[in-house]
Design a protein around this ligand. Structure first.
Ligand SMILES: Cc1cc2nc3c(=O)[nH]c(=O)nc-3n(C[C@H](O)[C@H](O)[C@H](O)COP(=O)(O)O)c2cc1C
Length: 251
């Protein structure tokens, strides 16, 4: 079981009980982050909306700031065909990566996932971060390609940008259900072969337990990171509920 701090919050937050996901990084830097935050990041009716559109300093910076000691995960996003191949050539083979296949604020080129299999090897974890609208067939394609780590899910596309928070919960639940059906009835594989990261609307340990009951075995924190009091409370409960048990010395 792993707790992740989702991109881009993992760029700024570290915790001894969680892994920070840094990024998302594109091949080239994309300027205008502050302007996009000022003009698109909004809190409305209990949900955060953003249309930041992957403004970031680029993969070269991402690799320089990547911390092996902290066990970071590097989040990557392709903008043009050929980007996944190029990323797979420049990111060291043993750095764990999350492939952001689902940013709602960029246009996805045709066959967006072409080339992502190049990341798969025995030395690293490769997480596929998916959209709330991912179909069962698309999920099945990734399982067949050899993906073993899935992050359900990214923000919900809306006219005001990607929406985070509680509205994602039914989508995450649906994707976990699709996943369970696929591995049980089609692939005949046990769930422990896979990492299912549930992320969307987590603000309490109860949300984590509820996702766990459905079959998730890892969890990801997003916009709760905007609220330091709630974030620290959840980290404390997580440490008390799971982390000590997992890390207790075995006699
Ligand atoms: C301002 C903002 C920027 C985000 N940028 C990224 C990003 O660069 N890469 C990514 O994979 N997800 C990004 N996300 C999505 C979050 O990682 C997370 O998946 C989403 O907020 C849902 O989780 P939550 O309901 O716990 O917030 C962003 C979310 C917000 C609010």
């Amino acid at each position: 079981m792993t707790l992740y701090i989702a991109a881009p919050f993992g760029n700024y937050l570290k915790s001894e009980v969680a892994r920070s996901v840094t990024g998302s990084f594109t091949l080239e830097r994309r300027t205008g982050l502050l302007k996009r935050i000022a003009t698109t990041l909004r809190y409305r009716d209990g949900a955060w909306y953003n249309a930041i559109g992957l403004r970031n300093p680029g993969i070269e910076y991402g690799l320089q700031s990547y911390s092996r000691i902290d066990n970071d995960v590097l989040s990557l996003a392709a903008i043009e065909p050929g980007d996944w191949k190029r990323f797979s050539e420049i990111v060291p083979y043993d750095i764990d990566v999350e492939l952001n296949l689902s940013c709602p604020n960029i246009e996805h080129f045709e066959n967006y996932t072409q080339g992502i299999d190049k990341f798969l090897n025995d030395e690293r974890k490769v997480i596929a971060k998916l959209s709330p609208h991912t179909t069962k067939n698309a999920l099945d394609d990734l399982i067949q390609m050899g993906f073993r780590s899935f992050h359900f899910c990214n923000t919900l596309p809306t006219d005001n940008g990607g929406k985070s928070g509680k509205d994602l919960i039914p989508y995450v639940e649906k994707l976990i259900r699709y996943f369970n059906e696929l591995i049980t009835y089609k692939h005949n594989l046990p769930a422990y072969h896979f990492e299912i990261i549930a992320g969307g609307g987590i603000t309490s340990i109860e949300n984590i337990l509820s996702y766990q009951n459905l079959g998730a075995n890892s969890y990801s924190l997003g916009t709760i990171c905007f609220n330091p009091i709630k974030y620290l409370k959840l980290i404390r409960s997580y440490r008390n509920s799971f982390y000590v048990l997992d890390n207790e010395p075995v006699d």
